[in-house]
Design a protein around this ligand. Structure first.
Ligand code: NAD
Length: 360
């Protein structure tokens, strides 16, 4: 349950604020009155949600690399945050095949550095480390993966997220638990979510951004793996999970919640890639088309379902927008964007609408 009062005046250190999810997160936290310092490399895409929604005007924005431990520590210590959200990452599977070293150094050593900076910053009470549903060893099970299932990952991206989980667990047990010293420790949890959609994603090699680029160019979008079933969730759903989790970690018994958590879509929100694209084509209207790319593709793990029973039972988290509304909101955002509107207002309006749904 996200509570505005908790965030009003709260100092929050957010990595990855120039990215897709990080931009939404920055604006949501800001809307609740938090004082946010974002620490990231420049926006990974052009155009970007960060620029279109003027996120840099809403938060203090520091350009920095999570692989630079000294700078990261100095910025975190100086800002004196109470809460850290770590979202910065090389976030895509296909580039991880092209440059595994970059992926592992950012996602694994970057996570080590964020945890080490947290260890050195006494102001911090809670931290949420964002990984992915892909952190689990994919056994091609039809049932949902639980938080206690083994970490793994075939491709470098997925594996780096499994490693980030193990690193977080090691730091938690070695440095952030009651048995490690008498002083108070930050409660550090990790959050695993799957594919998200929403306005403002311009990444290469993701279906929705590929669709939006093709529409702007007046071309049919080429889809790989049309029959692959994937879960789809609006970006605000896992962000709601991360914020709810941080609120719980801030409570006096927060250490009991300092574990890994799944924030995935409902079963009925898993649909085939082709069905998703057909829905986008229908909503976009005139000129929207798609074609199937039959060329060989690198291995991508098949559908990995998250069991979210624990987050629902213990955090009271749940999904608010089904896949249909998630698609509607995404098309609404990108249509407004392609007609040249400033995107801050619509982004904030979607955040307000989402928040209103949660209180109903
Ligand atoms: N978008 C999804 O569908 C999805 C699904 C599961 C998990 N995730 C995870 O959520 C997080 C955010 O994803 P996103 O979609 O916003 O990604 P994104 O690629 O849009 O943004 C990544 C952010 O990390 C920053 N970054 C990259 N390398 C960095 C470095 N070395 N130092 C500092 N900053 C660096 C970028 O500048 C950007 O701000 C990531 O950890 C990602 O793995 C995303």
């Amino acid at each position: 349950m996200v509570t505005t009062e908790v965030w009003s005046g709260k100092r929050v250190f957010l990595t990855g604020h120039t990215g897709f999810k990080g931009s939404w997160m920055a604006l949501w936290l800001k809307a609740m009155g938090a004082e946010v310092l974002g620490y990231s490399l420049p926006a990974p895409t052009k155009p970007s949600m960060f620029e279109l929604a003027a996120v840099g005007d809403a938060v203090t924005s520091v350009v920095g690399d999570v692989r630079d431990l000294e700078k990261l520590t100095s910025e975190m210590t100086r800002f004196r945050p109470e809460v850290v959200f770590h979202l910065a990452a090389q976030s895509l599977v296909r580039p991880s095949y092209r440059d595994p070293v970059e992926t592992f150094s950012t996602n694994v050593m970057g996570t080590v550095h964020v945890l080490e900076a947290i260890r050195r910053a006494p102001s911090i009470k809670a931290a949420v480390m964002v990984t992915s549903d892909k952190c689990y060893e994919n056994n091609e099970w039809a049932w949902g993966y639980r938080e206690s299932d083994p970490m793994g990952g075939y491709d470098p991206y997925s594996n780096s997220k499994g490693c980030a989980e193990l690193v977080t667990s090691s730091y938690r047990r070695s440095f952030f638990s009651a048995s490690t010293s008498d002083t108070a420790h930050p409660a550090v949890a990790s959050a695993r979510a799957g594919n998200v959609i929403g306005g403002g994603d311009f990444s290469l090699d993701r279906l929705v951004p590929d669709f939006m680029r093709a529409m702007s160019a007046g071309e049919p979008v080429r889809i790989r793996n049309p029959g692959a079933q994937r879960p789809w969730q609006h970006v605000l759903e896992p962000l709601c999970g991360y914020i709810t989790l941080a609120e719980r970690l801030l409570q006096p018994d927060g250490q009991n919640f300092a574990t890994g958590w799944n924030f995935g879509p409902r079963d009925e929100d898993a649909i085939h890639v082709e069905s998703l694209v057909q829905k986008f084509v229908g909503l976009w209207g005139a000129g929207a088309k798609y074609s199937v790319d039959a060329s060989p593709q690198p291995h991508e793990a098949t559908y990995l379902k998250l069991d979210t029973s624990r987050a629902r039972a213990l955090l009271g988290w749940k999904t608010h927008l089904g896949v249909e509304s998630a698609i509607d909101w995404t098309v609404e955002w990108h249509k407004a964007c392609s007609s040249g509107l400033a995107m801050r207002e619509l982004t904030e309006s979607q955040i307000t609408r989402f928040s209103a749904m949660r209180t109903r």
